[in-house]
Design a protein around this ligand. Structure first.
Ligand code: GTP
Ligand code: SPV
Ligand code: MN
Length: 610
């Protein structure tokens, strides 16, 4: 470990473990602005991680969990529990670069604001320098980043979520590679002798992106998506802008490998909005005899064309940052086993009296007494949840017992099917297959979902969330739609089939029409067999749907009538839905490519609503 004592920035940098001028000048410029007391370079060594964890325990930020292997618990400030979309900015030269869905500010103006906010913002704290690589360091085009942060909690979490430390730094040096500059401060400088709080943060928050400079500046929050800058900020917002320039896709998608009883495998990617089931599907345990599913990624996929014209996906991350509530032995036993393997950082879940964690849905019965995420006594009679709805487990992906051997292929795996889906009580059928790429892209652009606790704001409101990327597209949504169309028009492309799913449709009594979770394997089987050309389908206004008997419900405790209800396309619902889709496209205005506008007209025609 390299620890530098108080002194001038230049003195401190003399002990830096690199002589790479680009790295040094970046670190120097932030240190001069934010004036931390010390600079510490993150190596990725276990001893350093342990020292940081111990210090966080001593500071009261973390509790070491007696009942778990090498795992820690953090409770955040109650106002710092989720992504803050209204405080998230894309700063491009000209507002049209950010488009109608992003908050925009001129880069110069934003830099002025950030300059003021970051001046002295790390006073009294240590500035950690985290070199990292998203994806494999041996990829054809390794994607580097350096995050400087004054949050040791962020360091511990980054060590789980990304490939961090000396290996990345050495590779940057060797290749003299460019890296995305990621600057993070909790925005809580300490005066001489001032006591720290367990979760320092600031009521002013800015999550800002400069796609043209490939830079990220984040101020005021310690929460995952706002502060672990390799994740949403880099791997989606900045990477989507790079991908647009270079002809590939950076998407909010899980990746799985599915193998049929004959031993044939296919890789599938799926985009669902935040807290809509990616981690669960990524770890699915199929209920149909002979079928096997393995995990490659649960949140982000980068897809590039291979020489054979197929799209190859990699998971750029190294860990899981999963929604805790609803994750249990009955719904997602694979995740529970991954957590049991240890090395976790839990945030905003509940604590048991004997030094373990608990959250709603982990077990059928709640423990008789807990400490809730706010630090209050909690019993099953309490009328607030013990764990925050967006509480998270942060767990090394290598803990996942179903991890596919291909997960570390530097250049990824060929994708046969892409799924879009959201959380809709009505209207959207359990499964449909789109008829061609443009139709699939259209269905992606009108993806809709009820909002969840993953972002601050009202929960349960239906909003359009194109490709589950609404909060993560680092440029103009119209250009993003066109980019998807262009991908489909790429010469020699061997494109995946595109499907649309909805696990969340409800019956009149508000119960789920489809059992979901591991039973989603039945839908995956149909998708697999459609791609193989063996499953039967019928044509519907939305594309192809399973023919009678084609969806395997053998052994499932559900009536064929209920399945029909889950699959139904109801004209009275689609009347309203089409209006809403037209309003969505009207809201986006000129941004929407003509090829997609005509998809709406064709859909109206097919529904007989023209
Ligand atoms: P982010 O990490 O925020 O991007 O979320 P995610 O898309 O990975 O969602 P996750 O798999 O963590 O699921 C979110 C919530 O949806 C959890 O509470 C799950 O229990 C619930 N869920 C997931 N799959 C299903 C399903 O098939 N049916 C039902 N009813 N609920 C589900
Ligand atoms: C999401 O909100 O989609 C997440 C969690 O995966 S966060 O990393 O906070 O964005
Ligand atoms: Mn996500």
């Amino acid at each position: 470990m390299t620890v530098l004592d108080r002194g001038s920035v230049e003195d401190q940098l003399k002990a830096a473990p690199t002589s790479n001028e680009k790295v040094l000048s970046f670190v120097r410029s932030v240190a001069e602005l934010a004036t931390p007391d010390r600079i510490e370079w993150v190596t990725g060594d276990r001893a350093q991680r342990q020292e940081i964890a111990n210090a966080l325990v001593a500071a009261g930020t973390l509790i070491k969990l007696d009942k778990q292997k090498d795992s820690y618990y953090a409770a955040s400030d109650p106002d710092d529990v989720a992504r803050v979309e209204d405080r998230t900015y894309i700063c491009t030269h000209g507002e049209s670069g950010a488009g109608p869905l992003n908050n925009w500010m001129d880069p110069q103006e934003m830099k002025g604001i950030l300059n003021d906010l970051f001046t002295g913002s790390m006073k009294g704290r240590t500035m950690y320098v985290i070199p990292f690589v998203m994806g494999h360091v041996d990829a054809k085009q390794p994607m580097f980043g350096i995050e400087v942060t004054d949050s040791p909690y962020v360091v511990l979490s980054m060590l789980v979520m990304a490939r961090c430390g000396t290996t990345a730094l050495k590779a940057i040096e060797k290749l003299d590679a460019d890296f995305v500059e990621c600057v993070h401060s909790v925005g809580a400088p300490l005066a001489e002798g001032e006591d720290d709080v367990p979760w320092p943060c600031n009521t002013t928050k800015y999550i800002t992106h400069f796609p043209e400079d490939r830079a990220i500046w984040s101020f005021g929050s310690g929460y995952g998506g706002n502060a672990l800058l390799g994740k949403k900020c880099y791997a989606l917002r900045i990477a989507s802008a790079i991908a647009h320039d270079e002809g590939w896709l950076a998407e909010h998608m899980l990746i799985i490998k599915l193998t049929n009883p004959e031993g044939e495998s296919k890789f599938i990617a799926a985009a669902f909005p935040s807290a809509c089931g990616k981690t669960n599907l990524a770890m699915i345990e199929p209920t149909i005899p002979g079928w096997k599913a393995e995990t490659l990624g649960d949140d982000i996929a980068w897809m590039r064309f291979g020489e054979d014209g197929r799209l190859y996906a990699v998971n750029p991350e190294f860990g899981l940052f999963g929604v805790a509530p609803g994750t249990g032995y009955s719904t997602n036993p694979t995740a529970m086993r991954a957590i049991e393997a240890g090395g976790n950082v839990f945030t905003n879940v509940a604590l048991t009296d004997d030094g373990d964690v608990w959250w709603e849905g982990m077990t059928d019965e709640a423990p008789a007494h807990l400490t809730d995420w706010r630090g209050n006594d909690w019993t099953p009679e309490s009328d607030t949840p013990a764990a925050h709805p967006n509480s998270r487990f942060c767990t090394p992906i290598e803990n996942v017992p179903t991890l596919a051997p291909e997960w570390e292929n530097p250049d990824g795996v060929p994708i046969s099917a892409i799924l879009f889906g959201g959380r809709r009580k009505t209207t959207m059928p359990l499964i449909t297959q789109t008829t061609d790429w443009n139709h699939g892209v259209f269905m992606g652009t009108v993806l809709s979902s009820e909002t969840t606790a993953a972002a601050t704001g009202k929960v349960g409101v239906v909003r359009r969330d194109p490709m589950a990327m609404r909060p993560f597209i680092g440029y103009n949504v119209g250009d993003y739609f066109q980019h998807w169309l262009n991908i489909g028009a790429t010469e020699g492309a061997q494109l995946p089939e595109i499907f649309y799913v909805n696990w969340f449709r409800r019956d009149e009594d508000n119960s789920f029409l489809w059992p979901g979770f591991s039973e989603n394997s039945r839908v995956l089987k149909w998708i697999f067999e459609r791609v193989s050309g063996t499953a039967e389908a019928v044509e519907t206004p939305l594309g192809y749907a399973p023919a009678e008997g084609a969806l395997d419900i053998d052994g499932l405790d559900i009536t064929p009538e209920q399945v029909q209800k889950a699959l139904a396309i109801k004209p009275e619902e689609w009347d309203t839905e089409l209006e809403s889709i037209e309003a969505w496209y009207a809201e986006l205005g000129d941004a929407v490519p003509a090829a997609l506008r005509s998809e709406v007209d064709e859909l109206r025609e097919r529904l007989g609503l023209a």
